[in-house]
Design a protein around this ligand. Structure first.
Ligand code: PEP
Ligand code: MG
Length: 583
């Protein structure tokens, strides 16, 4: 019987195939102890050999993925290798072997289990659990040959169904054989989701208990556009989806062929469409998709991939690579947005605390102002790299004028110092703030004399406006960009920012959602920054729009009083321009 299960869409596209059900990541070993102390040295040796074997496994996989030209994923493996060589992990496992006479495998399971339980209390580190369990499974594979399904060696096409999939399994997936995947757990910010998007593998996560209910070989459809999985589809459903899949592929090919054309409306208004990146190597995708520049360069990755706090040179190298590759096109570097859902390597002490509600705690600019030495290294690196291109500096999570004044003051101080030291920088580097906290959105004009640009971060703005944790699967259905209150606040921000003459852009996910492009254009937005694969479609919508139609669409949408009405109206408006996906 056909069953439809709703989950969270994390990677677009349609997959139709038979299920390959992976074993659970969470299967546990029973307690096991050594019969006497003489066996302890041998057990320690087994553990050390297992670490080496796991490192070799990861190195092999990393080499294969890099050959595959997905360099960014290689960075995740570097993080895994770092965790494997973490002295505190080794010390804990050895302690359990020596003091409690545990077998190496049981000591590994207990140590990692304890670590994971600690992370579960810290929502902003939840995505990391995935990575750590990945390492546990590799160690257990080396120690006791526990089955670890590497997904690159499958011999036929399948759709993978699992409780969870580790990031390295996703990275190792054979693109020819794995048509898509669906998992019980997960969210949009985990590494597995990031990797699925980078590899363009259709995926839906957060499906509850799909891995228990689906039998191997069952026919499955994964709709990564709408976030649904259809188990045992009827013949008619399958036929519909085959059509959707082929239309979707055709649409993708058409988009790619026109991607080089600029985003100019039918009545001649030129709109900028830029790309958002998290890793320097994504610049390749920005250029390939013909973005007009980089509107958001998130820099948290420096904390994910380095052990401890990165120094000024590490920052500088990462920025210089991007600025050089963009060859004069704008690059907006955002200062650290640590905390909340952002993953990083700092210890609790370096991070400042274990916060109960980190989304509203000491994150981003608040953290940076509390830790001026850490912040200063980054600001100096950004100022120095500004000598090499059109670099702009953006401050996240600003909630007041006072914070803005303090950061701008620090930047000016650093620039004076660089001048004294005879180090090159651009004295006219533009400084902007993200508008992502309602208090700033509603007073945006008061920041006009202080900064050179604004950029709306809808991911956080929606979270704080609607009181919906963006990382919580349980309330994911309440995170609604189409909420009338969201439309109103965007109207307010864009209109008031425009009155001041300070340029305004949008770099939150909403800017890249085809449904909202016409509405945002109608509100007066002329600068969109979106995930690089979305650039061609946003440009296409703009090329099919006129400002008159866009303004009318925005005016009408602002009068609606429910998310459903907004969605239906905006879908209709977009469909009248051209046929788009998801349908
Ligand atoms: C946002 O909040 O919309 C944004 C772009 O920043 P991030 O997703 O990194 O918080
Ligand atoms: Mg944000």
């Amino acid at each position: 019987m056909e069953t439809i299960i709703k989950g969270i869409p994390v990677s677009q596209g349609i997959a139709i195939g038979t299920a390959y059900v992976l074993g659970s990541v969470e299967s546990k070993l029973p307690p096991s102890y050594l019969p006497d102390d003489d066996l302890i040295p041998n057990e320690i040796e087994r553990f050390q050999q297992a670490v080496l074997a796991a490192q070799r496994d990861i190195e092999d996989l990393k080499a294969r993925v890099q050959i595959d030209a997905i360099h960014d994923i290689g960075l995740i493996f570097e993080a895994h290798i770092l965790i494997l060589s973490d002295p505190s992990l080794h010390a804990e496992v050895l302690r359990r072997i020596q003091r409690n006479r545990m077998t190496a495998e049981y000591a590994v399971q207990c140590t990692i289990g304890e670590y994971v339980r600690g992370l579960k209390g810290k929502p902003f580190l939840n995505p990391k659990i995935n990575d750590i369990q990945d390492i546990e499974r590799r160690l257990l594979k080396a120690l006791i040959g526990q089955h670890y399904e590497e997904l690159h060696s499958l011999s036929h096409e399948v759709v993978v169904i699992a409780h969870d999939i580790t990031p390295s399994q996703t990275a190792g997936m054979s693109r020819e054989r794995i048509l898509g995947f669906a998992t019980d757990v997960g969210g949009t910010t985990g590494h597995t989701a990031i990797v699925a998007r980078a590899r363009e593998i259709p995926a839906v996560v957060g499906l509850g208990s799909i891995s228990d209910s689906v039998k191997p070989g069952t026919e499955i459809i994964i709709d990564g556009n709408r976030g649904i999985v259809i188990v045992q589809p009827q013949e008619s459903t399958k036929k519909n989806y085959e059509k959707v899949r082929s239309d979707y592929r055709e649409f993708g090919a058409e988009l790619r062929s026109e991607a080089g054309q600029p985003a100019v409306t039918l009545d001649g208004c030129r709109v900028q469409v830029l790309g958002n990146i998290e890793f320097p190597n994504e610049t390749e995708s920005v250029i390939r998709n013909y973005a007009d520049g980089i509107g958001l360069y998130r820099t948290e990755f420096l904390y994910l991939d380095n052990d401890g706090v990165p120094d000024e040179e590490i920052h500088y190298d990462a920025y210089f690579q991007v600025v050089r590759a963009m060859a004069g096109r704008p690059v907006t570097i955002r200062t650290l947005d640590l905390g909340s859902d952002k993953q990083f390597h700092l210890s609790d002490k370096e991070r400042g605390s274990t916060e109960r509600n980190p989304g509203m705690g000491c994150r981003a600019v608040r953290y940076c102002l509390e830790n001026p030495d850490i912040f200063r290294s980054q600001l100096r690196a950004i100022c120095r790299v500004s000598a090499h291109g059109d670099v702009r500096l953006m401050i996240p999570m600003v909630s007041s004028r006072e914070e803005t004044r303090r950061v701008v003051g620090m930047i000016k101080g650093i620039q004076e110092r660089l001048a004294d030291e005879g180090i090159a920088f651009d004295p006219d580097m533009k400084i902007g703030i993200m508008v992502e906290i309602p208090s700033v959105a509603l007073t945006v004009e008061q920041f006009a004399g202080m900064v050179d640009f604004f950029s709306i971060g809808t991911n956080d703005l929606i979270q704080y406006l609607l009181a919906v944790d963006r990382t919580n699967e349980q309330v994911a259905h309440l995170f609604r960009p189409d909420h009338p209150a969201v439309l109103r606040i965007l109207h307010y921000v864009i209109e008031n920012a425009k009155r001041t003459g300070v340029p305004i852009s949008m770099c939150g996910e909403m800017a890249g959602d085809p449904m909202f492009v016409l509405f945002l254009l109608g509100l007066g937005l002329r600068n969109f920054s979106v995930s690089p694969p979305q650039v061609p479609e946003v440009k296409k919508i703009i090329r099919h729009a006129s400002l008159g139609v866009a303004r009318k669409t925005a005016e009408d949408a602002l009068l609606l009083s429910s998310s459903r009405d907004v969605r239906n109206y905006l879908r209709g408006a977009l469909n009248s321009l051209y046929k788009f996906f998801p349908s």
